[in-house]
Design a protein around this ligand. Structure first.
Ligand SMILES: *[C@@H]1O[C@H](CO)[C@@H](O)[C@H](O)[C@H]1NC(C)=O
Ligand SMILES: *[C@@H]1O[C@H](CO)[C@@H](O)[C@H](O)[C@H]1NC(C)=O
Ligand SMILES: *[C@@H]1O[C@H](CO)[C@@H](O)[C@H](O)[C@H]1NC(C)=O
Length: 240
């Protein structure tokens, strides 16, 4: 990476620090097992990884890679929601980088999720493997009036989207299903692109199976992991 791009990244991070976060993270986890010090060679590797992800991710919506040599090697990935334009993707990755500095300043690993992106790094090689360990749920406080049919339709939609997502190179699908006259449920399914199509399918089917434990009869819900996520709402939330 050129020194100009390092300069630009540093500048972007500085601006974020001054003006504060504009996007709200949904969730983050810091790896508690290993920390680094300011003189640790891990730190410049991590900085370079962040820079690489910042430049690699927006055009395509996904970036991954590693920097350095063991024992200071770092691995990372970044994924933007499948419908995002490069500019919005870049904003989210920049935000995630700044936020991980604030939330996990000394941790060798971290994962942070937003509506618009996922950002993850670690000192162990997690690339290409399904991550079920990092997981969370969110749900709407509002209940639907007919949970049995609604749950069934939602599951039907998300299962279709899971199939579609694993059959496309982007591992992303969004769509809608009619519930009754003029009422619809909207959904999305997406995987990180370091895993195979069949692992994507496995990951998505797994989290669809967890819907009853978070989102039974709720107007909206998400099951989100480090490798895949699903979301549904009774309003449209992605750009077609
Ligand atoms: C790492 O730092 C966190 C606080 O940031 C601390 O709670 C934790 O004990 C540290 N872990 C090690 C192994 O030093
Ligand atoms: C980083 O790797 C360690 C060891 O495999 C694991 O315990 C930790 O959860 C990972 N951190 C993240 C954020 O995935
Ligand atoms: C939704 O249903 C749950 C469980 O039946 C109940 O505890 C909760 O108060 C309901 N929420 C609203 C907003 O009505």
């Amino acid at each position: 990476m050129s020194s100009l791009s390092i300069y630009l990244l540093t500048f972007a991070l500085l601006l974020q620090t001054i003006y504060g976060a504009t996007l709200t993270p949904l969730k983050h986890f810091c790896s508690s097992s290993e920390n680094f010090t300011t003189t640790d060679p891990y730190k410049p590797n991590l900085r370079q990884l962040w820079g690489n992800l910042y430049f690699q991710t927006p055009p395509d919506g996904f970036g991954f890679g590693s920097v350095g040599q063991d024992p200071y090697k770092t691995y990372g990935l970044a994924l933007c929601r499948g419908d995002l334009e490069a500019a919005d993707c870049r904003t989210c990755i920049n935000e995630a980088t700044a936020e991980s500095l604030i939330q996990c300043p000394h941790n060798k690993g971290a994962i942070i999720w937003y509506d618009h992106c996922l950002f993850k790094y670690n000192n162990t090689d997690f690339l290409g493997k399904i991550d079920n360990q990092n997981k969370f749920y969110t749900w709407s406080v509002r209940n639907v009036s007919d949970p049995t049919i609604f749950n069934q339709k939602t599951r039907e939609l998300l299962s279709l989207l899971a199939k579609d997502a694993s059959a496309t190179p982007k591992l992303y699908a969004a769509g809608e299903l009619e519930l009754e006259k003029s009422k619809k449920v909207y959904g999305l399914a997406q995987c990180t692109r370091d895993i195979s199509a069949s692992d994507c399918s496995k990951c998505l089917d797994g989290i669809i199976g967890e819907l009853p434990s978070c989102c039974d009869g709720k107007e909206g819900g998400r099951v989100v992991t480090g490798s895949c996520n699903i979301r549904y709402e009774i309003y449209s939330f992605v750009t077609a």
